[in-house]
Design a protein around this ligand. Structure first.
Ligand SMILES: C[S@@+](CC[C@H](N)C(=O)[O-])C[C@H]1O[C@@H](n2cnc3c(N)ncnc32)[C@H](O)[C@@H]1O
Length: 276
Protein backbone atom coordinates (compact mmCIF):
# COMPACT_ATOMS: atom_id res chain seq x y z
CA UNK A 1 0.00 0.00 0.00
CA UNK A 2 1.52 3.31 -1.05
CA UNK A 3 0.73 6.40 0.99
CA UNK A 4 1.23 9.81 -0.63
CA UNK A 5 -0.33 12.38 1.67
CA UNK A 6 -0.64 11.49 5.36
CA UNK A 7 2.47 10.42 7.23
CA UNK A 8 1.02 8.41 10.09
CA UNK A 9 2.83 6.73 12.98
CA UNK A 10 2.00 3.02 12.89
CA UNK A 11 3.08 2.48 16.47
CA UNK A 12 5.73 -0.12 15.61
CA UNK A 13 8.54 2.27 14.72
CA UNK A 14 7.16 2.54 11.17
CA UNK A 15 5.36 5.35 9.40
CA UNK A 16 3.05 5.32 6.38
CA UNK A 17 5.30 7.54 4.22
CA UNK A 18 8.81 7.94 5.62
CA UNK A 19 10.93 8.71 8.65
CA UNK A 20 12.24 11.89 7.12
CA UNK A 21 8.81 13.47 6.54
CA UNK A 22 7.04 15.20 9.41
CA UNK A 23 4.19 13.17 10.95
CA UNK A 24 0.70 14.56 10.28
CA UNK A 25 0.08 14.97 14.02
CA UNK A 26 3.29 16.96 14.37
CA UNK A 27 2.42 19.41 11.58
CA UNK A 28 1.47 22.92 12.59
CA UNK A 29 -1.74 22.35 10.61
CA UNK A 30 -2.87 19.58 12.93
CA UNK A 31 -1.65 21.44 16.02
CA UNK A 32 -3.67 24.50 15.00
CA UNK A 33 -6.79 22.31 14.63
CA UNK A 34 -6.10 20.88 18.08
CA UNK A 35 -5.83 24.40 19.49
CA UNK A 36 -9.31 25.17 18.12
CA UNK A 37 -10.66 21.90 19.53
CA UNK A 38 -9.26 22.84 22.96
CA UNK A 39 -11.06 26.18 22.86
CA UNK A 40 -14.37 24.51 22.01
CA UNK A 41 -14.46 21.33 24.11
CA UNK A 42 -13.09 20.17 27.48
CA UNK A 43 -11.27 16.82 27.61
CA UNK A 44 -14.28 15.30 29.40
CA UNK A 45 -16.73 16.54 26.77
CA UNK A 46 -14.77 15.16 23.82
CA UNK A 47 -15.69 11.49 24.32
CA UNK A 48 -19.38 12.26 23.71
CA UNK A 49 -18.80 14.47 20.68
CA UNK A 50 -19.15 13.36 17.07
CA UNK A 51 -16.68 14.42 14.39
CA UNK A 52 -16.91 13.86 10.65
CA UNK A 53 -13.78 14.03 8.49
CA UNK A 54 -14.98 14.79 4.95
CA UNK A 55 -12.86 13.44 2.12
CA UNK A 56 -10.68 11.61 4.64
CA UNK A 57 -8.18 10.31 2.01
CA UNK A 58 -5.62 8.20 3.95
CA UNK A 59 -7.26 8.73 7.32
CA UNK A 60 -4.57 10.73 9.11
CA UNK A 61 -6.94 13.39 10.41
CA UNK A 62 -9.71 10.91 11.29
CA UNK A 63 -7.23 8.90 13.34
CA UNK A 64 -5.87 12.01 15.05
CA UNK A 65 -9.41 13.10 16.07
CA UNK A 66 -10.16 9.55 17.28
CA UNK A 67 -6.96 9.51 19.33
CA UNK A 68 -8.14 12.72 21.04
CA UNK A 69 -11.21 10.69 22.09
CA UNK A 70 -13.93 11.89 19.68
CA UNK A 71 -16.48 9.54 18.07
CA UNK A 72 -15.24 9.85 14.49
CA UNK A 73 -16.63 9.05 11.05
CA UNK A 74 -14.37 9.43 8.02
CA UNK A 75 -16.15 9.68 4.67
CA UNK A 76 -14.54 9.25 1.27
CA UNK A 77 -15.89 8.29 -2.14
CA UNK A 78 -12.87 6.21 -3.22
CA UNK A 79 -12.56 2.60 -2.06
CA UNK A 80 -8.75 2.64 -2.51
CA UNK A 81 -8.50 5.54 -0.05
CA UNK A 82 -10.76 3.81 2.46
CA UNK A 83 -8.72 0.60 2.19
CA UNK A 84 -5.69 2.60 3.41
CA UNK A 85 -7.77 4.19 6.19
CA UNK A 86 -9.05 0.80 7.34
CA UNK A 87 -5.56 -0.70 7.28
CA UNK A 88 -4.14 2.15 9.40
CA UNK A 89 -7.05 1.65 11.77
CA UNK A 90 -6.06 -1.99 12.32
CA UNK A 91 -2.68 -0.77 13.58
CA UNK A 92 -4.29 1.25 16.39
CA UNK A 93 -6.81 0.70 19.15
CA UNK A 94 -9.55 3.07 17.99
CA UNK A 95 -13.03 1.48 18.27
CA UNK A 96 -14.41 5.04 18.19
CA UNK A 97 -13.38 5.40 14.50
CA UNK A 98 -15.58 4.32 11.57
CA UNK A 99 -15.12 4.79 7.85
CA UNK A 100 -17.92 5.12 5.33
CA UNK A 101 -17.71 4.91 1.55
CA UNK A 102 -19.99 7.64 0.27
CA UNK A 103 -20.21 10.88 -1.64
CA UNK A 104 -19.93 13.71 0.90
CA UNK A 105 -22.91 15.31 -0.82
CA UNK A 106 -24.93 12.71 1.15
CA UNK A 107 -23.67 14.05 4.48
CA UNK A 108 -27.24 14.62 5.71
CA UNK A 109 -27.73 10.81 5.79
CA UNK A 110 -25.10 10.43 8.50
CA UNK A 111 -26.61 12.40 11.38
CA UNK A 112 -25.56 15.43 13.39
CA UNK A 113 -21.95 16.28 14.18
CA UNK A 114 -20.42 18.49 16.86
CA UNK A 115 -17.39 19.15 14.68
CA UNK A 116 -17.31 18.98 10.89
CA UNK A 117 -13.82 18.85 9.45
CA UNK A 118 -13.86 19.82 5.79
CA UNK A 119 -10.23 19.97 4.67
CA UNK A 120 -9.14 19.88 1.06
CA UNK A 121 -12.70 19.22 -0.05
CA UNK A 122 -14.88 22.32 -0.53
CA UNK A 123 -12.82 23.35 -3.57
CA UNK A 124 -13.56 19.95 -5.13
CA UNK A 125 -17.31 20.62 -5.27
CA UNK A 126 -19.42 22.21 -8.00
CA UNK A 127 -22.09 23.46 -5.59
CA UNK A 128 -20.11 24.60 -2.55
CA UNK A 129 -22.90 26.92 -1.35
CA UNK A 130 -25.37 24.03 -1.23
CA UNK A 131 -22.74 22.02 0.63
CA UNK A 132 -22.15 24.75 3.22
CA UNK A 133 -25.91 24.77 3.77
CA UNK A 134 -25.84 20.98 4.33
CA UNK A 135 -22.88 21.27 6.73
CA UNK A 136 -24.63 24.07 8.63
CA UNK A 137 -27.72 21.86 9.09
CA UNK A 138 -25.66 18.86 10.29
CA UNK A 139 -23.41 20.86 12.64
CA UNK A 140 -24.13 21.57 16.32
CA UNK A 141 -20.99 23.51 17.20
CA UNK A 142 -18.18 24.06 14.71
CA UNK A 143 -17.22 23.52 11.09
CA UNK A 144 -13.58 23.87 10.08
CA UNK A 145 -13.02 24.50 6.37
CA UNK A 146 -9.49 24.32 4.99
CA UNK A 147 -9.84 25.40 1.41
CA UNK A 148 -8.56 27.20 -1.66
CA UNK A 149 -10.45 30.35 -2.56
CA UNK A 150 -10.44 32.75 -5.50
CA UNK A 151 -9.56 36.43 -5.47
CA UNK A 152 -11.28 39.19 -7.40
CA UNK A 153 -9.52 40.93 -8.99
CA UNK A 154 -6.53 38.66 -9.36
CA UNK A 155 -3.86 39.96 -11.72
CA UNK A 156 -2.32 36.46 -11.90
CA UNK A 157 -5.35 35.07 -13.70
CA UNK A 158 -7.00 38.22 -15.06
CA UNK A 159 -3.95 39.69 -16.81
CA UNK A 160 -3.12 36.43 -18.48
CA UNK A 161 -6.60 36.27 -19.96
CA UNK A 162 -6.29 39.82 -21.27
CA UNK A 163 -3.10 39.13 -23.25
CA UNK A 164 -3.37 38.61 -27.01
CA UNK A 165 -1.48 35.82 -28.77
CA UNK A 166 1.61 37.97 -29.50
CA UNK A 167 1.78 39.29 -25.93
CA UNK A 168 1.49 35.74 -24.61
CA UNK A 169 4.33 34.54 -26.85
CA UNK A 170 6.60 37.43 -25.84
CA UNK A 171 5.84 36.80 -22.22
CA UNK A 172 6.62 33.11 -22.61
CA UNK A 173 9.81 33.79 -24.61
CA UNK A 174 11.24 36.19 -22.04
CA UNK A 175 9.68 34.45 -19.05
CA UNK A 176 8.08 37.72 -17.95
CA UNK A 177 5.96 37.79 -14.80
CA UNK A 178 2.55 39.41 -15.21
CA UNK A 179 1.23 39.09 -11.71
CA UNK A 180 1.56 40.51 -8.26
CA UNK A 181 2.97 37.46 -6.49
CA UNK A 182 5.69 35.73 -8.50
CA UNK A 183 5.68 32.48 -6.52
CA UNK A 184 1.91 31.99 -6.84
CA UNK A 185 0.80 28.50 -7.83
CA UNK A 186 -1.04 28.29 -11.15
CA UNK A 187 -4.36 26.43 -10.95
CA UNK A 188 -5.66 27.57 -14.35
CA UNK A 189 -8.82 29.10 -12.96
CA UNK A 190 -11.57 30.66 -15.08
CA UNK A 191 -12.59 34.30 -15.05
CA UNK A 192 -14.85 35.35 -12.20
CA UNK A 193 -18.40 34.12 -12.80
CA UNK A 194 -21.53 33.56 -10.75
CA UNK A 195 -22.60 30.13 -9.51
CA UNK A 196 -25.38 29.49 -6.98
CA UNK A 197 -25.64 33.28 -6.57
CA UNK A 198 -22.00 33.66 -5.49
CA UNK A 199 -18.91 34.99 -7.28
CA UNK A 200 -16.03 32.63 -7.91
CA UNK A 201 -13.86 30.89 -10.48
CA UNK A 202 -14.18 27.44 -12.03
CA UNK A 203 -11.40 24.95 -11.54
CA UNK A 204 -11.33 22.18 -14.16
CA UNK A 205 -10.44 18.88 -12.50
CA UNK A 206 -10.65 16.31 -15.27
CA UNK A 207 -12.22 15.70 -18.66
CA UNK A 208 -16.00 15.81 -18.69
CA UNK A 209 -16.00 12.35 -20.32
CA UNK A 210 -13.39 10.79 -18.04
CA UNK A 211 -13.96 7.10 -17.34
CA UNK A 212 -15.06 5.94 -13.89
CA UNK A 213 -11.79 4.01 -13.66
CA UNK A 214 -9.63 7.09 -14.25
CA UNK A 215 -11.70 9.12 -11.76
CA UNK A 216 -11.19 6.40 -9.15
CA UNK A 217 -7.43 6.49 -9.72
CA UNK A 218 -7.27 10.28 -9.42
CA UNK A 219 -7.13 9.73 -5.67
CA UNK A 220 -7.16 13.32 -4.37
CA UNK A 221 -9.47 14.94 -6.95
CA UNK A 222 -13.19 15.64 -7.10
CA UNK A 223 -15.43 12.63 -7.53
CA UNK A 224 -18.93 13.38 -8.80
CA UNK A 225 -18.24 16.61 -10.69
CA UNK A 226 -15.58 17.30 -13.31
CA UNK A 227 -15.26 21.01 -12.47
CA UNK A 228 -15.32 22.69 -9.10
CA UNK A 229 -16.23 26.18 -8.00
CA UNK A 230 -13.84 28.23 -5.92
CA UNK A 231 -15.63 30.98 -4.00
CA UNK A 232 -14.16 34.45 -4.03
CA UNK A 233 -12.99 34.64 -0.41
CA UNK A 234 -15.50 37.31 0.70
CA UNK A 235 -18.31 35.23 -0.87
CA UNK A 236 -17.32 32.20 1.19
CA UNK A 237 -17.70 34.32 4.33
CA UNK A 238 -21.03 35.70 3.05
CA UNK A 239 -22.30 32.16 2.45
CA UNK A 240 -21.23 30.98 5.92
CA UNK A 241 -22.97 33.98 7.49
CA UNK A 242 -26.15 33.35 5.48
CA UNK A 243 -26.22 29.83 6.93
CA UNK A 244 -26.28 31.19 10.46
CA UNK A 245 -22.74 30.54 11.60
CA UNK A 246 -22.46 33.22 14.28
CA UNK A 247 -18.68 33.37 14.70
CA UNK A 248 -16.48 33.19 11.62
CA UNK A 249 -12.75 33.61 11.70
CA UNK A 250 -9.70 32.77 9.66
CA UNK A 251 -7.01 30.88 11.50
CA UNK A 252 -3.42 31.62 10.50
CA UNK A 253 -1.36 29.64 12.98
CA UNK A 254 -1.10 26.56 10.73
CA UNK A 255 1.46 28.26 8.50
CA UNK A 256 5.08 27.42 9.22
CA UNK A 257 8.30 26.47 7.46
CA UNK A 258 6.85 23.08 6.47
CA UNK A 259 3.84 24.57 4.67
CA UNK A 260 6.05 27.46 3.53
CA UNK A 261 5.68 30.84 5.28
CA UNK A 262 3.97 32.20 2.13
CA UNK A 263 1.48 29.29 1.92
CA UNK A 264 -1.66 31.46 1.99
CA UNK A 265 -0.46 33.86 -0.73
CA UNK A 266 1.07 31.10 -2.81
CA UNK A 267 -1.92 28.77 -2.84
CA UNK A 268 -4.81 31.16 -2.06
CA UNK A 269 -5.81 28.80 0.67
CA UNK A 270 -6.89 29.30 4.24
CA UNK A 271 -8.40 27.75 7.35
CA UNK A 272 -11.86 29.09 8.16
CA UNK A 273 -13.47 28.35 11.52
CA UNK A 274 -17.26 28.64 11.56
CA UNK A 275 -19.03 28.45 14.91
CA UNK A 276 -22.79 28.12 15.53
C1 LIG B 1 -7.35 16.87 -1.62
S1 LIG B 1 -7.89 15.42 -0.82
C2 LIG B 1 -7.98 16.01 0.84
C3 LIG B 1 -7.72 14.95 1.87
C4 LIG B 1 -7.73 15.31 3.32
N1 LIG B 1 -9.02 15.81 3.75
C5 LIG B 1 -6.63 16.27 3.66
O1 LIG B 1 -6.93 17.43 3.94
O2 LIG B 1 -5.47 15.87 3.65
C6 LIG B 1 -9.60 15.28 -1.29
C7 LIG B 1 -10.28 14.01 -0.77
O3 LIG B 1 -11.68 14.15 -0.91
C8 LIG B 1 -12.21 13.00 -1.55
N2 LIG B 1 -13.38 13.45 -2.30
C9 LIG B 1 -13.44 14.35 -3.32
N3 LIG B 1 -14.71 14.56 -3.70
C10 LIG B 1 -15.48 13.76 -2.91
C11 LIG B 1 -16.87 13.53 -2.80
N4 LIG B 1 -17.75 14.17 -3.58
N5 LIG B 1 -17.31 12.68 -1.87
C12 LIG B 1 -16.44 12.02 -1.06
N6 LIG B 1 -15.10 12.19 -1.11
C13 LIG B 1 -14.63 13.07 -2.02
C14 LIG B 1 -11.10 12.47 -2.41
O4 LIG B 1 -11.27 11.10 -2.70
C15 LIG B 1 -9.88 12.76 -1.53
O5 LIG B 1 -9.67 11.74 -0.62
Amino acid sequence: MVFNSHNIDLGNGKRTISDSEVLLVETERWKSIERTVNILFTKDEIKNKRVVDLGCLEGGYSLAFAQLGFQVIGIDARQDNLDKCEWVKTQHNVPNLTYILDDVKNLANHGMFDLIFCAGLLYHLDEPAKFIEIMAKQCTTCTIIHTHFALNPDSFYDNRRNLNVIQRSVKKLFNLPNYHYPAKNDFWLSEVVENEGYQGRWFYEFDENATKQSIEKNFAASYSNYKSFWFVKSELIKCARKNNFKVIYEQYDFVDKNTGEDYIEKFDRGMFVLIK
